[in-house]
Design a protein around this ligand. Structure first.
Ligand code: FE
Length: 199
């Protein structure tokens, strides 16, 4: 594995994690095999594609959209997605006049069953602190500039509630099938730091 630099450096997160894992294993608190399975599961099998399927279905099925906005967890489970960090997902809709963006100000709470593991910028203390105070500045730095009359709401994910954004369906996609729409939906759009664009 890679290690840190010279003496006096703070040990890297990877090194600390490894030390912790070793300690927990020695004490019989975790089984490394089970841990590896969980990590592989979220790295390879569960990812934003699940969320994209949820979004595309909501775009093409008004009944599903209604259920999704009423009870996100249940509607997401309808498509077979559930599990850790997905016990209570609330879905909010972005519209031409309202924009929702998600953060976890405290740590990195994130709806794993629909988005997989969170990207590093989501865990960055700068993003977490700044998006609450200056959402427009942060969004602009990430390439998104909502019009001045768009109301921006920052949603703080916690261990109790994890937010998922239902992005706006882009104009010019009326002829696309649900499957084709899935391919357009990005992770960033479901966190609210980007828009979905037509192909
Ligand atoms: Fe958190």
């Amino acid at each position: 594995m890679t290690t840190t630099g010279g003496p006096g450096d703070t040990p890297s997160v990877a090194l600390r994690t490894e030390a912790l894992e070793q300690l927990l294993t020695e004490r019989g608190l975790i089984d490394p095999k089970v841990m590896n399975e969980i990590i592989t599961q979220y790295e390879t099998n569960v990812g934003p594609l699940n969320g994209a399927k949820v979004v595309a279905k909501a775009w093409t099925d008004p009944g599903y959209r209604r259920r999704l906005l009423q009870d996100g967890t249940a509607a997401i489970r309808e498509l077979g997605f559930s599990g850790q960090q997905g016990e209570h997902i609330v879905v909010v809709e972005n519209t031409p006049t309202t924009h929702n963006v998600v953060v976890c100000t405290l740590c990195s709470c994130y709806p794993w069953p629909v988005l997989g593991l969170s990207p590093s910028w989501y865990k960055d203390p700068v993003y977490r602190a700044r998006v609450v105070r200056e959402p427009r500045t942060v969004l602009s730095a990430m390439g998104l500039e909502p019009d001045d009359d768009v109301r921006i709401t920052v949603r703080d994910s916690t261990s109790e509630v994890r937010w998922l954004v239902l992005p706006e369906r882009p104009a010019g996609t009326e002829h696309l099938s649900e499957e084709e729409l899935v391919a357009l939906v990005t992770r960033d759009a479901m966190v609210g730091v980007a828009k979905v664009t037509a192909p």
